[in-house]
Ligand binder design. Structure first.
Ligand SMILES: NC(=O)c1ccc[n+]([C@@H]2O[C@H](COP(=O)([O-])OP(=O)(O)OC[C@H]3O[C@@H](n4cnc5c(N)ncnc54)[C@H](O)[C@@H]3O)[C@@H](O)[C@H]2O)c1
Ligand SMILES: O=c1ccn([C@@H]2O[C@H](COP(=O)(O)OP(=O)(O)O[C@H]3O[C@H](CO)[C@@H](O)[C@H](O)[C@H]3O)[C@@H](O)[C@H]2O)c(=O)[nH]1
Length: 321
């Protein structure tokens, strides 16, 4: 089977490409390298540097390469950035995404696996969160993903597109060869590990005044390999619809820092700062629908996630540079 992976030079996309190729898939990667890295792309994949905004490029890929499915990771994906530059988020994640769908329709391609996010839920009154919780995004990033989910539903009804929508909780972890390297790293676990490595002086804790057990924000960290496995299941079966992908366990920022101190045996200095605008207090998944529909469940816990990320950061102290 041949698959087009948009955003396949990025963090999750590049690990998906690695595992798809290991399973015998032929993979085309389309990425504009705005955030991704050429060195993250498997040499066995066909890499095309380009933008999902480019309709002619998409049509030529579909007509010449004839992929049978699209895994759509390409997006802007930072909550805080979306609060200062919403246009970037609505353009990349909605407008250019529509361009991709229209090219698929024009070429008769039906199957798409889309990376959505738990950010669509916003602040919730209880956890764990199932797929029927009301969507209430608190930042343009989450809103852009929710809009695209709705657009997919209309394309399903009208054009017979067969979408699988995965709402990831917080992706983290690495494989031996691929890990998380954002040019301006804002994510909690890589920042903590940068402190452990000595490339950052201290971790900032964004708020200890949330209504959580220790006052810091709680997230559900899910190993990137577990996420990727769900995508492969989606290619190998016929289910459609919306699925949460998380571990059903929440960890506070303070707990993640403690776990990283134990794993790295480094002191990891931390300071308390004010909240980051756009951050909900707590997000934890109920993944029962994914388990019942296609037998997915996570295999890695928080310690395994941090251990894998730490191994990658130690062997790649400058990431892909
Ligand atoms: N990392 C997480 O915790 C998380 C959680 C929920 C959802 N997601 C979603 O998963 C997907 C992948 O996230 P990631 O963490 O790997 O992000 P990433 O930024 O590492 O990867 C995104 C990739 O898309 C590329 N890209 C962006 N806009 C593009 C465009 N217009 N045309 C072509 N390529 C473009 C970037 O260069 C980058 O390589 C995103 O859609 C994100 O919203 C991520
Ligand atoms: O230096 C830091 C970085 C983060 N945090 C906190 O740690 C938590 C996790 O933050 P981060 O790792 O930046 O992830 P999120 O902002 O939760 O967003 C990620 O996870 C979302 C799903 O929750 C995805 O949709 C996004 O793409 C992805 O960036 C949040 O409470 C942050 O406030 C800190 O306290 N200090």
């Amino acid at each position: 089977m041949k698959v087009l992976v948009t955003g396949g030079a990025g963090y999750i996309g590049s690990i998906c490409v690695e595992r798809l190729i290991d399973r015998g898939y032929q993979v085309i990667v389309l990425d504009n390298l705005s955030e991704g890295h050429i060195k993250a792309v498997e040499s066995r994949a066909l890499f095309i540097k380009g933008d999902i905004a480019d309709r002619n490029l998409l049509l030529s890929i579909f007509m010449n390469e004839k992929p049978q499915a699209v895994i759509h990771f390409a997006a802007k994906a930072l909550v805080a950035e979306s609060m200062s530059n919403p246009s970037l988020y609505f353009q990349n994640n909605v407008t250019y995404g529509i361009n991709l769908l229209d090219a698929m329709v024009e070429c008769g391609l039906k199957r798409i696996v889309f990376s959505s996010t738990c950010s669509i839920y916003g602040s919730v009154t209880k956890v764990p969160i199932d797929e029927n919780f009301p969507a209430n995004p608190e930042n343009p990033y989450g809103e852009s993903k929710l809009l695209f989910e709705k657009i997919l539903e209309w394309y399903r009804k009208i054009h017979g597109i067969r979408p699988v929508i995965f709402r990831y909780f917080n992706a983290a972890g690495a494989t031996l060869s691929h890990g998380e390297h954002h040019r301006k790293e804002t994510h909690l676990i890589p920042r903590i590990l940068q402190v452990a490595l000595g490339t950052l002086s201290k971790v900032e804790i964004y708020g200890v005044d949330y209504s959580t057990a220790d006052g810091s924000a709680v997230r559900d960290y899910i190993h990137v390999v577990d996420l990727v496995d769900a995508h492969i299941k989606a290619l190998e079966s016929h289910f459609e619809g919306v699925y949460n992908l998380g571990s059903a366990k929440g960890y506070s920022v303070l707990e993640v820092i403690e776990a990283a101190r134990a794993i790295t045996a480094m002191p990891i200095p931390a300071v308390v700062c004010s909240r980051r605008v756009g951050d909900p207090p707590i997000l934890v998944a109920n993944f029962r629908k994914a388990f019942e529909t296609f037998g997915w469940k996570p295999n890695y816990d928080l310690n395994a996630i941090i251990q894998s990320a730490w191994a990658w950061h130690k062997s790649h102290p400058r990431g892909y540079d």
